[in-house]
Write a protein that binds this ligand. Structure first.
Ligand SMILES: Cc1cc2nc3c(=O)[nH]c(=O)nc-3n(C[C@H](O)[C@H](O)[C@H](O)COP(=O)(O)OP(=O)(O)OC[C@H]3O[C@@H](n4cnc5c(N)ncnc54)[C@H](O)[C@@H]3O)c2cc1C
Length: 385
């Protein structure tokens, strides 16, 4: 049985998952300790932009953070999905949204890491129920710790997952991913692009003021070589890859290459020790699912803990319920992104035929666009809501 309120929670990892969870738990009345070896300046410095879906919008809204992010949320009102081999395309618009999502006419939003982390860390620093311990390597939490729940949000390499002896399945893609920001000439400011190319998906995400984030998947070695090219050489490589009509004006940061994995911790909890965010799972960035999945973990845990009966539950019972409700979404999204990458990153004639059929049906039948957009924006189990 847990101790009397206020309940105490420790969170290891103050990335976008740990920081949002810490804020949500503090709002529910928990005493939260949030630890990270990185200092504030390091935590906000990452050059990355996230594609947020409606599931993330709802969570930020519930926590009162959506309006505060204001103009840092760059909406995209169309998603241009192109198969470059077949020269086929499907364009998703807000008309393809389902249910309550239609009331907010955007397919998704691009949010830069910096304003997100500045807001979260600012709110956490001034919250009376949060103790921030940043900039020093924390000692790992033991099962016998002083907390009702100990939560690892310490990213894909999670030291806590190893320390708590939670199993982890991980499969490394041959594809890696090159990310960088660019400024484009006369772009369609409210369109995001996902191009399926034989070497891997290529995404162009609007950041506002003609700036865009490029997420370019290709064999890892190729990504590393491209990251080492001079701007002029990289410009040549980009020629013919960017969607038609988009022209590069300038590079805005240094390109960086990352390996990609499909990973899952089949047990997300042991007793009151929980894995949340990328400490528990990781998938290919196609479709920009990563952070949205992490935040659906956060939303589910907050939903469980908000329930009045949760104060009578032990940490183990909460861990079991959390794991049970999150695993189906994590498995399905992992499989769906993997299938997409396999289906589109090759020139097999049978698969080309399947792709042609799939894309032309999606172009013709609104219901298919609605179903796929609902799965992308709220997860494959969206129909249950
Ligand atoms: C190239 C690339 C592009 C991506 N694009 C998108 C996108 O468009 N949309 C999207 O939604 N997602 C995207 N993602 C995924 C997204 O970046 C991750 O989902 C997100 O960063 C996960 O957040 P997290 O807080 O779980 O983990 P992380 O961001 O990895 O944070 C983990 C934190 O834990 C800390 N830590 C490490 N060890 C310890 C320890 N022992 N104790 C305490 N703290 C510790 C670290 O310092 C770090 O601050 C992308 C990922 C990559 C690699």
């Amino acid at each position: 049985m847990v101790s009397a309120d206020p309940r105490r929670v420790s969170i290891a990892g103050a990335g976008p998952t740990g920081s949002l969870l810490a804020f949500g738990l503090a709002q529910l009345g928990f005493q939260v300790i949030l630890q990270d070896p990185q200092r504030v300046e390091e935590l906000i410095a990452r050059s990355r932009a996230y594609a947020l879906t409606h599931s993330s919008r709802r969570l930020l809204n519930e926590l009162g953070l959506w309006d505060a992010l204001g103009s840092d949320l760059i909406p995209f009102r169309s998603l241009d999905l192109q198969d470059r081999e077949l020269k086929a395309r499907v364009v998703f618009t807000p008309d393809d949204l389902a249910g309550g999502n239609r009331l907010v006419p955007a397919i998704g939003w691009i949010l830069d890491h910096r304003p997100l982390m500045e807001l979260l860390l600012d709110r956490l620093a001034s919250h009376p129920s949060v103790q921030l311990q940043l900039g020093a390597a924390p000692a790992p939490h033991t099962p016998e710790g002083r907390f009702d729940l100990a939560i690892a949000c310490d990213g894909p390499g999670s030291p806590h997952r190893g320390f708590w002896k939670l199993p982890f399945w991980s499969w490394t893609y041959q594809q890696g991913c090159l990310t960088f920001k660019v400024r484009l000439r006369n772009p369609q400011a409210q369109t995001a692009y996902e191009l399926f190319r034989c070497e891997g998906p290529f995404a162009v995400l609007p950041l506002g003021h003609n700036a865009f984030q490029i997420v370019w998947s290709a064999p890892l070695e190729c990504c590393r070589e491209r990251a080492a090219l001079s701007p002029d050489q990289l410009l040549k490589e980009l020629f013919g890859v960017l969607p038609e009509g988009l022209e590069l004006e300038a590079f805005l940061d240094q390109p960086r290459a990352f390996p990609l994995q499909l990973s899952l911790a089949p047990r997300l909890a042991r007793g009151g020790l929980l894995l949340v965010g990328e400490s528990g799972h990781r998938c290919h960035p196609v479709g920009g699912q990563g952070l949205n999945l992490c935040w659906r973990d956060v939303a589910e845990l907050l939903r469980l803990l908000k329930h009045p009966a949760s104060s009578r539950l032990s940490g183990s019972a909460i861990g079991r319920r959390y794991a049970r409700s999150r695993l189906p979404d994590l498995i399905l999204v992992g499989l769906a992104t993997d299938l997409l990458v396999r289906l589109f990153s090759n020139r097999n004639p049978l698969l080309l035929l399947l792709r042609r059929l799939g894309l032309s049906s999606m172009g013709r039948f609104g219901v298919l666009r609605q179903l796929s957009l609902a799965a992308m924006t709220d997860g494959p189990l969206a129909w249950r809501r």
